[in-house]
Design a protein around this ligand. Structure first.
Ligand SMILES: [Zn+2]
Length: 323
């Protein structure tokens, strides 16, 4: 493992006025999962005004030399609330925020941490994502769907450090392993193991108790990434959505089973020459239909998987035949 992060100097402190952060009324509680590791758990289901955008989790680890935060929630207001709760838990300052991936529901809260001395780390593939039109389109959508918590003052925070390789760092006597787990849920997925606590933060590799969001995913690599997570034998896994898990095998199994089912069913349908609509209708979804977020996510997930399968079939057809 090596230090290959490319860091840019933090720009001058952005002393944002407090009115930048709309009041939050949705309840948020700190859960302690190990001696130094904590998280807040977003509400089940998808982002909505009812949950004020609080549908994802964020973790933090308190050391004797500062706090490491893992993900920052889906609005600046929620990030600000998280920062307040951290300040109530410890007098240590936040030194570093690591973004598991750059989906809006995990990073708009970075704005609340964007202060001198707080470094934002993300995987280098985030740079590719930020170069597309997608972040601005998503922000426009969220300014409507999550107003007033996402508003004209909301901006996308660019990472200070881009990680190119798996990285280990020490802070305040604790050992942090930051590892690239993508391409899985996204190209840029990072996970973070806190060695002394046996706690693994996995971002959206694990969705506990709900249908995962697959739209930007590479499903077969995601299945492999889950198998890699299981090899770490963490005592506790904190995912990007849903409660923490003390039984990673069972909880990751649900995400894994769903992904395997998507993959198998869509491959079979593609081989049978079915178009997506006919394939979707043919498949028996009853195993998963009662889970939260099924109605919102399943059809898109299935479509994304169908496209994955189709793309793989096309590139296999184009590959030179072995002699
Ligand atoms: Zn995500």
């Amino acid at each position: 493992m090596a230090w290959l992060a490319i860091c840019v100097a933090s720009t001058a402190a952005v002393a944002a006025p407090l009115e930048e952060f709309e009041p939050v009324t949705v309840p948020m509680q700190v859960v302690r999962v190990a001696a130094h590791s904590y998280y807040v758990q977003g509400q089940a289901g998808v982002v909505s005004s009812a949950n004020e955008g609080f549908n994802s989790n964020a973790g933090f680890v308190v050391t004797t030399d500062g706090v490491v935060v893992f993900d920052a929630l889906g609005t600046p207001a929620l990030g600000h609330r998280l920062a307040e709760l951290i300040a109530q838990t410890t007098s240590q300052p936040v030194r570093r925020v690591i973004a598991s991936h750059y989906h809006a529901d995990h990073i708009y809260g970075l704005q609340a941490f964007e202060r001198r001395g707080v470094e934002v780390w993300a995987h280098e593939r985030v740079r590719d994502y930020l170069a597309t039109d997608a972040p601005a389109a998503r922000l426009k959508e969220r300014r409507e769907s999550l107003f007033p918590w996402v508003n004209e003052k909301t901006h996308i925070v660019v990472p200070d450090c881009y990680l190119g390789e798996d990285t280990v760092f020490k802070m305040g006597g604790l050992t942090f392993h930051v590892m690239h787990a993508g391409p899985a849920h996204t190209a840029e997925d990072l996970m973070m193991m806190v060695e002394e606590d046996g706690v693994l933060f996995v971002g959206d590799l694990m969705f506990t108790g709900r249908i995962p969001f697959v739209a930007d995913a590479d499903v077969s690599s995601w299945i492999q990434a889950i198998d890699r997570v299981l090899k770490f034998k963490p005592r506790i896994v904190v995912g990007g959505h849903g409660p923490d898990s003390t039984n990673a095998v069972a909880d990751l199994a649900m995400t894994r089973d769903y992904l395997v089912y998507l993959r198998e069913q869509m491959s079979a349908a593609f081989e049978d020459g079915l178009d997506f609509d006919s394939a979707y209708q043919r498949i028996d979804w009853s195993r998963f239909a009662a889970l939260p977020a099924f109605d919102a996510a399943n059809r898109r997930n299935a479509y994304q998987t169908y496209l994955n399968v189709e793309r793989e079939a096309l590139s296999a057809a184009k590959a030179p035949k072995p002699r």
